[in-house]
Design a protein around this ligand. Structure first.
Ligand code: NDP
Length: 477
């Protein structure tokens, strides 16, 4: 395959050269081969993109809701037409297996759009408050959007679409590991007629382009998804200019399995959820807390599920998982697996090293640890690989205590045949999303977490509100 040249940025409605050439190789994590070359931007590129977004704001912020709805509907149609290109790009740049890219990674661009559209169509931008005063909701201004590599389109959709729906203008910096889908998205927005300057894209790394955006006095809001370390850096950079910050960060989500759950269903489902996307999902239920009376059986089921989990070439069809995103990430995951072993957890399946016969590519073994205690590093730190920790507990109180004993609070799962008990436990979990017996969430529901998992929510109406300011209008006639 010929090397793709994607060196340009999308600024003010045109593909332009970076202020200073600074090539960066995009690597296919399944082959370790270079597949594209992009540019890493600098302060000058950010200044140019923010100026374009600022200039476009006065007009775009005055667009009617109907015009914004029509714009989103045009984006929907074009995205749908080109969806297979997104699936291919995501498989190439981050190693998501073909089936995952086609069935999940790319279609989320439609699902989130529908969630935002429904919110926009029903949103009251102006109305009387409880005391009779008039309150108006207005676009917050120029937004800096920083997105990660693990669900690249998911995160772009969850930021760009509500920003457009609100009437904001923006500069997107996708992860430089996965820039290809973001650049395709710029083409979709261009074709849909997003006005010049409303959407801008500058590739680059976090400490340079990301930080320049966060510190920029002309940026009104930063919306970031990524590590807690990155989110904290964005918030610190944004503080001097008092801009609003929305953060979607990591997790170490518990999955509480009570003895009265349907174990044969709940345990394999929980393990497969962790392995999906090679463990690179912020809401993965990576700590499986199991009631001690059924613990041994759960460990056995987890082992069987891990041993049945195939790892393979993302370009092939099948239910296998692909590689991790990068060598650096592979090293991190290997280090944490080794640390689990060193700290005394029982390795039940998988372990360090690559799966047998896989030499090229950042592939890892699906790994199960049992007899983990919640103070171990593998129970506290986000591993972001196909690694699950099983922790035994006695009774409801201990389950809740262990579940909440984490700096994170993104998601939680509860498995029980007693719905009243499951809901009672859900009430006491300090997490933004609780799923009972494997129930999923629908498009438009709020995604986000408590504690160090972030600030604010994404998706639907809650996501739209992040991009709005509140204005009181009092009038004497
Ligand atoms: P990062 O948080 O570093 O990357 C996410 C995005 O933030 C990237 O675009 C990155 O750019 C950018 N970024 C990083 N530092 C800054 C900064 N100081 N200012 C502005 N932007 C910044 O995650 P990593 O790729 O390093 O992954 C490390 C760990 O983070 C993972 O192992 C996982 O635990 C967690 N993570 C969580 C995600 C989630 O969905 N909640 C998503 C991705 C990672 P750049 O790539 O140049 O650093």
């Amino acid at each position: 395959m010929a090397l793709l040249d994607r060196r340009k940025f999308y600024i003010d409605g045109a593909w332009v050269d970076p202020a200073t050439p600074n090539d960066f190789a995009v690597i296919n994590p399944a082959t370790e081969q270079e597949v594209a070359v992009i540019s890493l931007g600098s302060q000058s590129d950010v200044d140019r993109a923010v100026a374009a977004a600022r200039a476009a704001f006065d007009d775009f912020s005055q667009w009617s809701v109907d015009d914004r709805i029509a714009l989103l509907e045009r984006i929907r149609a074009i995205y749908k037409r080109r969806m297979s290109e997104f699936a291919e790009a995501i498989t190439l740049e981050m190693g998501a297996p073909k089936r995952l890219s086609i069935n999940s990674q790319a279609p989320v661009g439609i699902g989130h759009l529908d969630g935002v559209l429904a919110a926009l169509k029903s949103f009251e931008f102006e109305g009387a408050y409880l005391n009779g005063d008039t309150i108006r909701r207005e676009p917050i201004g120029v937004c800096g959007l920083i997105t990660p590599w693990n669900w690249p389109m998911n995160q772009i959709a969850l930021k760009v679409l509500p920003a457009l729906a609100a009437g904001c203008t923006m500069v997107l910096k996708p992860s430089e590991l996965t820039p290809l889908d973001a650049m395709l998205y710029a083409e979709v927005l261009d074709e849909a007629g997003v006005p010049e300057g409303v959407f801008n894209l500058v590739n680059g790394n976090g400490p340079d382009v990301g930080s320049a955006l966060s510190r920029h006095p002309q940026v009104d809001l930063m919306s970031f998804t990524g590590s807690t370390r990155g989110g904290s850096a964005v918030a610190a950079d944004a503080a001097a200019t008092i801009k609003k910050v929305a953060l979607e960060l990591g997790g170490k989500s518990p999955n509480i399995v009570f003895a009265d759950a349907d174990l044969d269903v709940a345990v394999p489902r929980g393990v497969r959820h962790v392995f999906q996307n090679t463990g690179q999902s912020c809401n993965a239920p990576t700590r499986m807390l199991v009631e001690s009376s059924v613990y041994d059986r759960a460990v056995e089921l987890a082992r069987e599920t891990a041993e049945a989990q195939e790892v393979g070439d993302p370009q092939k069809d099948g239910k296998h998982i692909g590689p991790l995103v990068s060598q650096m990430h592979w090293d991190k995951v290997q280090g944490l697996i080794q640390q689990g072993i060193d700290e005394g957890a029982r390795l039940v399946a998988g372990g360090t090293g690559k799966p047998d016969g896989m030499n090229a590519g950042y592939f890892v073994k699906p790994t199960v640890f049992a007899d983990v205690t919640n103070d171990m590093t593998i129970a506290q730190e986000e591993i972001f690989g196909p690694v699950i920790c099983l922790i035994p507990f006695e009774g409801e109180e201990e389950a809740i205590r262990i579940a909440n004993d984490t700096p994170y609070g993104l998601a939680a799962q509860v498995q029980s045949g007693d719905e009243a008990r499951a809901k009672r436990v859900a009430d006491r979990l300090r997490a933004g999303m609780v799923h009972i017996n494997g129930a999923d969430m629908d498009w438009g529901s709020p995604f986000g977490g408590y504690k160090m998992s972030g600030l604010g929510r994404e998706g639907g109406r809650y996501g739209l509100e992040e991009f709005l300011e509140v204005k009181l209008i009092s009038c004497r006639s």
